[in-house]
Write a protein that binds this ligand. Structure first.
Ligand code: BGC
Length: 762
């Protein structure tokens, strides 16, 4: 019944964006729009053109370092003079209407503003953080989340989200791991495509769709040592084969905009990087939308030391293809002089303006600049029952069961005395996650509430245990952890003693992850490990509910604790979704989109690594091979890993042929059987290895997956088709192509398991 309801909700939400007969791809040229742009540009002065390239934050919400000029009057004057094309961080139907009205009424040409916001995993109804959603391995689920986020933000006057963040992240120390889809380009591309479709629908001009922004172009996730904003140094083949695919998927989905990145790539700031923005994005991929800089990343070209002043920075950035300057004050201060003295051709400015105006036209802002800000729709849609139901569905599909020894889970609802322990279990705020847009503080369903909603309060004993965090917490300030005050420990132990089972919430505060939150230590912080061990010494029936935004180092837990659920930061309905899984209303089906390390020293750790020249141990025990002397190379939990309350058996892997021609294909079939007692879903994964290539090739690469449902005893055949597309890579000849030779393939339940076969590409 619940599933049917969910489908109805999904259908209604999805159909509401698809009712337009206009199926044009966002980002592509439309003759009528182009001629309207011509007419408008013919009227614009150089100042007004440069104004379109300028973007400021509102002065009441800042998602980066404080701007140069914090006076709101300054902004109003800039709008009036036609010197501002876009704003970020203005939200709500009332405020967006006001500022738009000012732009329309006071400026000479009345060009509407483009209003942007970081709607990363929900606007006010919060969905799981993107990393968690990727754990669903279900593009439809991810699309639904973006769809709801678009509906809410559009109703509150927004036109444009700075999402999806599609940076591949291989290093758990990096705080922004939470914001993307993990370590794999194939999974990342599927999720990226789905998110763009969810935000943009089929018609950008509909009043419930918003423009998306693929960010951060490029390689921001490869910051050295996982330290945010740090240097990135990688070769073109890693860029092409690993970093680019999710960005390319966004272009294929018709994404309206791109954002560049803070980092350098091989010494050149991404914002000043013509290879990335002109050659690849606007050249090879024929992207027709525009590129916005990251927060003052045009200005930071100076701090990177590749420009001496604003004038040089502006010249480098505009020539490299950065169209809009976010909060840098660089274009507005320097471009005019550069054009007037002939250093920058006006045609470059014209191209950037045209791209920005195109998106404004596609959104329908010239037809009705106020169509998005609608106080009634805002009231009706935001935090609606349908949206909260969708958030719960997406949340439960994002949970990964890491361990379940002797079937402790699912818990029986009746006659079970449950101790719920931990500050995170009580928190109504942590589950809302980092990058939480307009989420209302403390508005999430806590784990404790979720359990109480499921079984009532009488059989639940809650104890917070020692405080985890101390003092104020928030998006822009550091989180302080309690390392000394043990108050609450004894009460927690007493509750554990009196109960049949303990549900212990551990992990991270949501503000320990996100931008500017890199860490050198990814183990359980504060007194959490001590709490865990002391509780376990009293009651062995412990279920750990992990809440975190990055892979954690949890070796002791994995060895001793019978049941571990990875629940990330799941959004508004977190507690209810976790309770659905704890009590078996929903059988967990998530799979890890990132490898979990045994030690932070293994970072960066990812399954699709290269072989190295010395991958194998020496049987005589000599040390000369690629390994650590104090830790295994293997992850604790591999990419793609996740259990279910039931078990699945893989058999009968069949290939239609062991040979394939360049234009041919091979059909792969495998039989999967539910051999346990519960109905469940399994993500069947296909991995391929190219044994010999013109460049060293990954030891395994995900090339297909399918999520299936099976009732107990049921079997299904799952099919994949391999063509040269699955085998292509950017090799020594500097082009994408499949190279003939031998391939291995595996079909299985995660990246470290599977039935094996082989074939040859002729
Ligand atoms: C982040 C971007 C974000 C921008 C605007 C920057 O600090 O890197 O991802 O979109 O701020 O808030």
């Amino acid at each position: 019944m619940k599933n049917i309801l969910f489908r109805i909700v999904v259908l209604t939400i999805l159909i509401s964006s698809c009712n337009s007969t206009d199926q044009k791809k966002a980002g592509s040229k439309d003759a009528e729009i182009e001629s309207r742009i011509d007419d408008l540009m013919a009227k614009m002065t150089l100042d007004e053109k440069i104004g379109q390239l300028n973007q400021y934050t509102s002065r009441w919400e800042m998602t980066g370092p404080a701007p140069e000029n914090v006076d709101s009057m300054f902004i109003y004057n800039m709008i009036k003079e036609g010197k501002l094309g876009s704003m970020l961080n203005v939200t709500g139907a009332y405020a967006t209407r006001n500022v738009q009205k000012w732009a329309i009424d006071s400026s000479r040409l009345g060009i509407p503003l483009l209003l942007a916001y970081d709607v990363i995993h929900g606007y006010r109804t919060m969905f799981p953080i993107p990393l968690a959603e990727a754990a669903s391995w279900d593009p439809e689920v991810v699309k639904l989340s973006a769809r709801v986020a678009a509906i809410e933000s559009a109703a509150s006057g927004l036109h444009w989200t700075f999402a999806p963040m599609v940076d591949i992240a291989r290093d758990a120390r990096w705080g922004r791991v939470m914001e993307g889809s993990g370590e794999d380009p194939y999974l990342g591309a599927k999720m990226a495509y789905a998110r763009v479709k969810g935000f943009q629908g089929d018609d950008l001009a509909a009043d419930n769709t918003i423009a998306a922004c693929a960010k951060h172009f490029a390689a921001y996730g490869f910051a050295e040592a996982g330290r945010d904003y740090n240097t990135v140094d990688l070769g073109e083949r890693t860029l092409q084969n690993i970093v680019f695919p999710p960005f390319k998927a966004c272009v294929d989905a018709g994404v309206a905009t791109f954002m560049n990145a803070f980092n350098v790539v091989d010494g050149i700031p991404a914002t000043a990087n013509a290879y990335l923005q002109r050659d690849i994005l606007k050249g090879d991929w024929e992207f027709e939308g525009f590129v916005v800089s990251d927060w003052n990343s045009v200005g930071e070209i100076i701090t990177h030391g590749t420009a001496a002043n604003k004038k040089e920075a502006a010249k480098l950035a505009i020539k490299a293809g950065s169209d809009m300057d976010m909060e840098g004050n660089v274009y507005i201060d320097a471009l005019k002089e550069l054009v007037e003295e002939g250093t920058v051709e006006e045609s470059l400015i014209d191209d950037a303006v045209r791209r920005i105006l195109r998106v404004k036209f596609q959104l329908g802002l010239f037809d009705d600049p106020y169509k998005y800000c609608n106080a009634e729709r805002e009231k009706e849609l935001i935090l609606s029952k349908e949206h909260l139901d969708a958030a719960r569905e997406v949340a439960k599909k994002s949970i990964v069961l890491l361990k379940n020894e002797s079937g402790l889970l699912p818990l029986a609802k009746n006659n079970t005395k449950i101790a719920v322990i931990g500050e995170l279990a009580e928190s109504k705020d942590v589950p809302l996650g980092s990058w939480r847009a307009q989420a209302i503080t403390n508005s999430g369903v806590s784990l404790l509430e979720g359990i109480q909603n499921a079984v009532g309060s009488s059989q639940v004993l809650f104890e917070k245990g020692p405080d985890y965090t101390v003092g104020e917490r928030g998006f822009a300030i550091p989180v302080y952890i309690n390392n000394t005050d043990l108050s609450g420990l004894n009460e927690a132990k007493r509750a554990a003693r009196k109960s049949d089972v303990v549900v212990l919430a551990l992990g991270e505060d949501c503000f320990q992850t996100g931008e500017g939150r890199s860490q050198t230590d990814i183990s359980l912080k504060g007194l959490q490990q001590r709490l865990l061990e002391e509780i376990y010494s009293i009651n062995k029936n412990v279920v750990v509910v992990l809440m975190n935004g990055r892979p954690l180092e949890i070796n002791w837990m994995a060895e001793h604790i019978p049941s571990v659920l990875e629940t990330w930061h799941l959004g508004s309905e977190a507690g209810n979704a976790i309770a659905d899984v704890l009590f078996g209303v929903y059988n967990p089906s998530g799979k890890l989109p990132v490898s979990f390390p045994r030690s932070v020293g293994q970072q960066p750790l990812y399954y699709n690594h290269l072989s190295t020249g010395r991958p194998f141990g020496d049987p005589n025990g000599a040390v000369f091979w690629s390994h650590y002397t104090d830790e295994s190379n293997a992850p604790l939990y591999p990419f793609g890993y996740g259990l279910s309350y039931t078990t699945f058996e893989y058999s009968d892997l069949k290939l239609s042929s062991n040979e394939m021609s360049e234009s041919g294909n091979i059909k792969v079939a495998v039989s999967v059987k539910n051999t346990g007692k519960f109905a469940g879903e399994e993500v069947v994964q296909l991995y391929i290895r190219d044994l010999v290539g013109s460049i060293s090739r990954p030891v395994k690469e995900l090339k297909g997956f399918e999520k299936i449902s099976l009732t107990p005893g049921e079997s299904k055949e799952v099919n994949f088709t391999i063509t040269t597309k699955e085998l292509e890579f950017f090799g020594a000849s500097n082009e994408w192509k499949a190279e003939p030779g031998e391939f291995k393939l595996w079909v299985g339940t995660n990246s470290a398991a599977g039935l094996e076969a082989g074939f040859v590409l002729k």
